[in-house]
Design a protein around this ligand. Structure first.
Ligand SMILES: *Cc1c(COP(=O)(O)O)cnc(C)c1O
Length: 411
């Protein structure tokens, strides 16, 4: 995640990929369609699912497709009373937004003291009106929900659809498949797990990968392959029988698909499994070295990311997670995600990725330890950070309300 090898961009700029037009006849773009078909197959293998549509253009778009499929599935069976969707309190904001855009009522599920889904609350919340569950594995707390098999069973027994938010798929690659755990549908943020420069909000790709039950409802197009008697392959853009329709114009974000395909193919099965190994080891190394300096709300082995809390610094020295993040800029380090997940006070979510070396991890750790010490010795040093950047503290409310969207010459 966040590592973007140049070869992916080079492959995506090959004229046969970069210069084709979405309205060209299928017969003239067989190579591009074959790439899409092979990517569908690789995603199906990686996730243990049965079908895949590459149409959605972001994770949130994949969620939208997935929950429209869940709705279509229930309505198709005449099951019209299912209007509730369960979502853990640690979820990314797009999950409840998606469920409500699809017309569902969102019920928030609490996490237990260990950061797993609270099974008592889950059992209490399921019934004949349950449409499904949207859950991220590992969770946004960086934890593998040790109750996940029971969670899936309870939702399925109640007639619900299990949606997997695959944003954290890099923690599972080559080891755990959501399809094997009984999930019905998931998305993969190709731009997070399989590389794609996506600073500034895009472009990305969020294919949906589905189990048996939701196959007929996938968004169009799905690329199919036919092999004739002489062994000639033919690739076509098809619509599943009860498709929810299109997610946008044409065939998804093709350039992003080429990059993901290049990354997956370059790594091979062994390289793919090394992603999860290295990402998880890196995060746990940071956990072990920063524990004691920062509060660790869930004191257990983490997956590919670790969520600390700066509440100890806040309580003792009046220094916030924002101050720590701003001070990191003085040391030349891009700050991590802050104040998310929402259930962790003064959250600092650290996701080192699989490609960081021991040297960069050690540098980051030293700096974070130094900042915790500075909070004690000279809190104002942190309150006024960053000191060396052209802009110091930005007015974030004004930046959101009155953005400058184009360059203007100085007056
Ligand atoms: C990033 C993310 C999303 C949304 O994905 P986009 O590709 O940004 O639309 C959803 N859920 C989680 C857990 C995420 O991290």
């Amino acid at each position: 995640m966040k590592y973007n090898p140049k070869i992916n961009d080079e492959v995506a700029s090959i004229p046969g990929f970069a210069d084709i037009h979405p309205l060209q006849p299928d017969a003239t773009v067989q190579g591009a369609l074959r790439l899409m078909w092979e990517l569908q197959q690789r995603l199906i293998e990686i996730t243990g699912m049965k079908g895949c549509s590459l149409a959605p253009m972001a994770g949130a778009d994949g969620e939208f497709a997935g929950m429209l499929m869940a709705r279509a599935y229930h309505l198709d069976r005449g099951d019209t009373a299912r209007n509730k969707v369960l979502i853990p309190d640690s979820a990314h904001g797009t999950n409840p937004a998606t469920a409500s855009m699809c017309g569902f009522e969102v019920i928030t599920l609490p996490s237990d003291a260990d950061g797993n889904t609270d099974l008592e609350a889950l059992r209490f919340s399921v019934g004949d009106d349950l449409a499904g569950l949207m859950i991220t594995l590992p969770s946004t707390l960086g934890l593998f929900d040790s109750n996940i098999l029971e969670v899936v069973q309870i939702v399925r027994d109640a007639g619900g659809v299990v949606y997997g938010d695959g944003a954290n798929l890099n923690a599972l690659l080559g080891r755990v498949k959501l399809g094997d755990l009984g999930f019905d549908v998931m998305h993969s943020n190709l731009h997070k797990t399989f590389t794609q420069p996506h600073g500034g909000g895009g472009p990305g790709a969020g294919p949906v990968i589905v189990g048996e039950r939701l196959m007929p409802y996938m968004p169009t197009p799905v690329v199919s392959r036919r092999v004739d008697a002489d062994g000639n392959e033919q690739y076509t853009l098809d619509a599943p029988p009860k498709t929810i329709g299109r997610m946008g114009a044409f065939n998804g974000n093709f350039g992003a698909l080429v990059r993901a395909y290049a990354y997956i193919t370059t790594l091979g099965d062994e390289g793919i499994a090394n992603i999860s190994r290295d990402a998880v080891i890196n995060a746990n190394y940071i956990l072990s070295q920063l524990k004691g300096h920062y509060d660790l709300p869930y004191n257990r082995t983490c997956m590919h990311e670790v969520v600390f809390s700066a509440r100890n610094l806040k309580r003792e020295h009046g220094v916030s997670a924002l101050d720590v993040a701003k001070r990191l800029i003085d040391y030349g380090i891009h700050p991590p995600t802050m104040y998310f997940p929402l259930i962790v006070e003064e959250a600092l979510m650290i996701e080192p990725t699989e490609t960081e070396s021991k040297e960069t991890l050690d540098f980051f750790i030293e700096v974070m330890q130094a900042i915790a010490q500075e909070a004690q010795d000279d809190p104002d040093l942190l309150h006024n950070a960053p000191h060396d950047s052209p802009n110091t503290r930005l007015d974030e409310a004004r930046a959101a309300r009155r953005p400058y969207l184009r360059w203007r010459p100085a007056e």
